[in-house]
Design a protein around this ligand. Sequence first.
Ligand code: FAD
Length: 434
Amino acid sequence: KKEVIVVGAGLAGSEAAYQLAKRGIPVRLYEMKQQKKTEAHHYDYFAELVCSNSLGGDHLGNASGLMKEELRLLDSLLVRVADETKVPAGQALAVDRHGFSEKITQILRNMENITIVEEEFKEIPKDQYVLIASGPLTSDALFTELLTLTGEESLYFYDAAAPIVSLESIDMNSAYFQSRYGKGEGEYINCPMTREEYEAFYTELIHAERAPLKKFEEEKLFDACMPVEKIAMSGEKSLLFGPLKPKGLINPKTDKMDHAVVQLRQDDKDGKLYNMVGFQTNLKWGEQKRVFSMIPALKQAEFIRYGVMHRNTFINSTKLLEKDLSLKTQNNLYFAGQITGGEGYVAAMATGCMAAINIANKLQGKEPFILEDVTAIGALIRYITEEKKKFQPMGPNFGIIRSLEGKRIRDKKERYLEMSRIAIEYLKNKIKML
Ligand code: FAD
């Protein structure tokens, strides 16, 4: 039987290895973490979540929620384990990051068809099926190999991660538990600020010292991870409509809406750690402590992890890839995950799943498994593989999913629910052909 090499046991690679192995295809899974870790990976586990512990919305009025539902139908290992290790997060699916990765690692290590090679993968053999899922921080050696192979300029930009504080160090005399607009079970910790406190904080934030960036840093930023100081610099009120938005929250101590509110979200299963929502930053660590401690509830905060910014790498998939995620010029070489420009955790799982199904189909002499753009997965893959002048990475969203034909539903929520219903019905039928 032909063996498939999967490079990277991240979100895409772990899902792909599972999908291949469960179809009886032997997998050689390369992961370099034991030897060396990227700037964003800290643990030896597979499928590590490098920033937020949230996988986004988990309902059918949300495109990421629809994509997860589609993945459930495709028997996704990662979404199943996410469901099993979830922590309270309102309408989102957030997980205990350690429990999630640990469980996936255990399952993959115990699968009969998977051989794990804990080394950096540097050279792509021509005569074997290979899936590259080495992520936004692909090692330099492999990146150079990819440049030579594709003959295309790959693109670089920076991502940002938010700080994490310990629950016990948060001043709950100042902060309070509540969910925005009462949606969810009040699981967020809210840190209020008065106008004076906000203004003082704002001034320090925009003047704080930032970590030096490399020469290509300013090119593009991952939208959902725009650094908080960068948002602040676009205007004094910008934070009040962004990460410090007070709307939808009533301070139970005053029965009023505060001037500004920093939200904290549970980051681990035991609820001992909280991340600062929307506070991805490139400030120097000492500056993070100084400036973020100006938030009254965080005056004595213990920072378990500081925010950081990272390189992000992706290929120009619109020119290079077929819809089955194989390279146009070498159809035994496939790509999945952030490196395809499919953006975010769930998109990585989805492209990993689809690339694996397509490799399996090819090995078994079956037709490619291409989903139409009525589905969140099909729409995303179409978007990243379709020619366009300027390619920007893309995550799940209703804007790229095919709109309803012959039907007008004015209410956005109702429309999205109907689109989701169609997607699920379509996918259920399509799966019968697998
Ligand atoms: P990864 O999960 O990074 O997996 C790639 C794996 O390949 C890693 O384990 C790595 O060690 C390994 N590897 C790399 N090169 C080699 C090699 N040559 N040989 C062997 N192994 C190799 N998305 C979100 O949805 N939410 C967020 O909050 C978010 N925050 C992010 C923060 C940062 C700092 C970064 C960099 C990205 C963030 N992303 C976020 C984007 C993206 O969704 C994640 O990076 C996601 O993990 C991508 O999945 P992946 O499988 O493509 O890559």
